[in-house]
Design a protein around this ligand. Structure first.
Ligand SMILES: CC(C)(COP(=O)(O)OP(=O)(O)OC[C@H]1O[C@@H](n2cnc3c(N)ncnc32)[C@H](O)[C@@H]1OP(=O)(O)O)[C@@H](O)C(=O)NCCC(=O)NCCS
Length: 174
C-alpha cells in the first residue's frame, strides 16, 4: 500500500517541539487550541499521535491526530452492532484534522484525511478496531467527512463513524 502523495515541497512528520505550532490557524478555535497547546503533551503521554504536514519553510500547513478509544455497543447502528458483543468496543479516533487558512482549498485536507485513514488501516492489521470515529465541529466539517463514507452515529449528529470493512474496501480500491 503506497502512502498519499503530497505536492512537492511538503512532507509529513510526527509533531515535535521545534515545529511552530503556536502560529497554526485553521479558523476553528477548538482545533487551533488542540494543536497549539495540547497535542504535544498528549503525544508525550502516549495518549495520541499527531502528524503535521510541513511546507518547504517548515511551517505547519495541516495536521491530524489519531488515538484509540471505545464506543459502547448501544451507540452503534443496529446493522453494525448486530454481530458484536454487548460491551465497550475498540475504535480508532480521528481526534482532529485541520489545514491552516493560508493553505486551504488546495486539497491538502483531503490528502491528510486519506493519509489518516491509511494510518488507521495499517494499525488495524495488528490492533483490531471496529470503526474509525470522529467528532466534527460544524455542518461544513460534517459534509467534508460524509464525502468519505462517514455516517452519523444514531443520536449523535456530530459524531461520525466509518466501519472497518468500508475502510478496507476504500483502501483496496485506492
Ligand atoms: C475542513 C478542512 C480540513 C478542509 O481543508 P482544505 O485543505 O481546505 O480542503 P480541501 O482543499 O482538501 O477540500 C476538500 C473539500 O472540503 C471542502 N471544504 C473546504 N473548506 C472546508 C471547511 N472549512 N469545512 C468543510 N469543508 C470544507 C471543499 O469544498 C472541498 O470540497 P470540493 O472538492 O467538493 O470543493 C479545513 O477547512 C479546516 O481545517 N477547517 C477548520 C477545521 C475543521 O473544521 N476541521 C475538521 C475537524 S471537525
Amino acid at each position: 500500500m503506497i502512502g498519499v502523495v503530497f505536492p512537492d515541497g511538503y512532507r509529513l512528520a510526527n509533531l515535535q517541539k521545534s515545529h511552530p505550532r503556536k502560529r497554526f490557524d485553521c479558523g476553528q478555535e477548538q482545533v487551533n487550541h488542540w494543536l497549539r497547546t495540547q497535542a504535544l503533551q498528549h503525544q508525550e503521554k502516549r495518549l495520541s499521535v499527531t502528524r503535521v504536514l510541513l511546507d518547504s519553510q517548515n511551517r505547519i500547513a495541516g495536521f491530524y491526530t489519531l488515538a484509540t478509544g471505545q464506543v459502547d455497543f448501544s451507540d452503534l447502528p443496529a446493522e453494525l452492532a448486530k454481530p458484536l458483543p454487548r460491551r465497550a468496543l475498540p475504535v480508532a479516533v480521528l481526534v482532529w484534522l485541520g489545514v491552516d487558512q493560508a493553505y486551504q482549498g488546495q486539497k491538502l485536507g483531503e490528502r491528510l484525511l486519506a493519509q489518516a485513514l491509511r494510518d488507521c488501516y495499517l494499525a488495524g492489521q495488528t490492533f483490531a478496531f471496529i470503526a474509525v470515529i470522529l467528532d466534527c465541529v460544524d455542518d461544513r466539517a460534517k459534509a467534508f467527512y460524509e464525502k468519505w463514507n462517514f455516517s452519523t452515529l444514531p443520536g449523535h449528529p456530530y459524531k461520525l463513524f466509518l466501519n472497518s470493512q468500508t475502510l478496507a474496501t476504500m483502501i483496496a480500491s485506492g
